[in-house]
Design a protein around this ligand. Structure first.
Ligand SMILES: Cc1cc2nc3c(=O)[nH]c(=O)nc-3n(C[C@H](O)[C@H](O)[C@H](O)COP(=O)(O)OP(=O)(O)OC[C@H]3O[C@@H](n4cnc5c(N)ncnc54)[C@H](O)[C@@H]3O)c2cc1C
Length: 122
């Protein structure tokens, strides 16, 4: 059992080179605290399809894709990190101990993990 912050990915502008465009987790992996990683990935696909249908040139489609996606995805990405940090910041020694005690009491099989957790700094 690991209790450490998630790592994230944020590929700097632009998310394309030549004919290749990246999107979804390849461009912007976020923490699961907003449950929005898949939503953002699906939106990327829809928006790129719209821009490809609208624009004559691939480059214009890619630039318009970036214009539409960057502010929205950045906001959701950053908020997912803030939510995670808020949860980590809310953990006090007292709440941490209470969680370990409840694992010991209600889930005996977790005892081994509880003991390991107590030895880990958080
Ligand atoms: C435990 C967990 C829970 C989550 N819960 C939520 C949630 O509740 N709501 C939400 O919105 N998001 C959630 N997410 C995030 C969400 O799963 C991702 O943001 C989303 O799947 C990203 O989609 P993607 O298509 O960009 O990447 P992926 O889903 O990772 O798809 C990439 C695909 O490419 C394939 N691939 C990789 N390399 C190659 C290669 N060389 N050749 C061919 N294929 C390759 C992989 O096998 C994979 O199928 C969760 C993620 C995790 C890990």
């Amino acid at each position: 059992m690991a209790y450490t912050p998630y790592s994230t990915v944020w590929v700097p502008y632009p998310w394309f080179r030549g004919r290749v465009t990246i999107m979804g987790d390849a461009a912007h992996t976020m923490t699961p605290y907003l449950g929005s990683g898949a939503a953002m990935s699906i939106e990327d696909g829809v928006v790129l399809a719209q821009e490809l249908a609208k624009n004559e040139s691939l480059l214009d489609a890619q630039l318009d894709f970036m214009k539409r996606r960057l502010p929205r995805v950045r906001a959701v990405h950053d908020r997912s990190i803030e939510s995670m940090l808020e949860e980590f910041d809310s953990v006090t020694d007292e709440t941490y101990r209470a969680r370990i005690d409840s694992l010991r009491r209600d889930e005996p099989i977790a005892n081994e993990y509880a003991n390991r957790l107590l030895r880990m700094p958080y």
